[in-house]
Design a protein around this ligand. Structure first.
Ligand SMILES: [Zn+2]
Length: 280
């Protein structure tokens, strides 16, 4: 009996001393996450938090169409339900999907941005969509100036021409470049990063990073090693299919991150986002 008691006590001590279940997967900060509430949320709030935990996603750049999903996440965070997850809310300038094609000329949207900002917790505006000269409008200039005046990042799904117009609207703009130009030539990406020190490339849907066998391509290895502090990862959960494949998307990132020097991999996986969104 004594032996059994001692064994149980020893076992308990060992359990208490043991670290939490070890997870050697590299932490990922998801810097392009839409928790859309329209037409309806794909996951309930506790489910979406579980998806992040399961995939060792420890931070999210959170947006939602309309902004309801972001409010829910922020409320959960305030109630302690999100654990250590860092939630970085951005103002989405869309109420419904159709706003994608008209927000840049719509004064109602600029009102929406200013109204949302009053919640006090936002760190940026976006994701918004712009192609070429669509960026060259009064509403877009106002949005960029508003972001600069309030120390907000912009999250722009834009081609390189539109990014240049945004920077011209206000050279103090800080832009997270959703998809980093999609298939834009790596040399052109490098030129943009060199020209604009406050431009960071987010890599969802970015082609050319790996070859057909999953090996990091030489062009992208060079870019990552030359600009290790300028890239971010994202899921871009814009449709249900992206939520359904969330785990695969994160596994895909980890597969090529593992081919980089560990310090560079850490920066891209979470370090750069942590640095950008450090609590003020
Ligand atoms: Zn997106």
């Amino acid at each position: 009996m004594l032996v059994r008691t001692l064994t149980a006590a020893a076992l308990l001590a060992a359990l208490v001393a043991a670290p939490a279940r070890s997870d050697d997967r590299i932490e990922i900060f998801d810097a392009h996450m839409h928790y859309n509430w329209e037409p309806k949320p794909y996951y309930q709030p506790d489910e979406v938090l579980e998806v992040f935990r399961k995939n060792r996603v420890t931070g999210v750049l959170a947006t939602s169409r309309p902004n309801t999903g972001t409010h829910v996440l922020m409320d959960d965070k305030a109630k302690g339900k999100a654990g250590d997850l860092q939630v970085v809310p951005f103002i989405r300038p869309y109420r419904v999907r159709a706003d994608i094609g008209s927000w840049f000329n719509d004064p109602v949207i600029f009102d929406l941005v200013q109204e949302e900002f009053k919640r006090g917790y936002y760190r940026g505006v976006g994701e918004f969509h712009l192609t070429g000269k669509a960026a060259d409008t009064e509403m877009v200039k106002k949005t960029v100036d508003f972001a600069v005046a309030n120390n907000l990042y912009l999250h722009a799904h834009a081609d390189d021409e539109a990014v240049e117009i945004l920077m011209r609207h206000n050279p103090r703009a800080q832009i997270i470049w959703a998809h980093t130009g999609f298939s834009l030539a790596p040399d052109r990406v490098a030129a943009m990063l060199a020209k604009y020190p406050k431009l960071w490339g987010e890599l969802s849907y970015r082609s050319g990073i790996v070859d057909g066998s999953g090996k990091l391509t030489p062009q992208w290895r060079v870019l990552f090693e030359r600009y290790p502090d300028r890239f971010l990862l994202g899921s871009d959960t814009w449709v249900p299919e992206r939520w359904a494949s969330y785990g695969d998307i994160m596994d895909g990132y980890r597969a090529w991150l593992a081919q980089l020097p560990p310090a560079v991999a850490k920066q891209i996986a979470h370090g750069n986002a942590r640095a950008l969104f450090a609590e003020k």
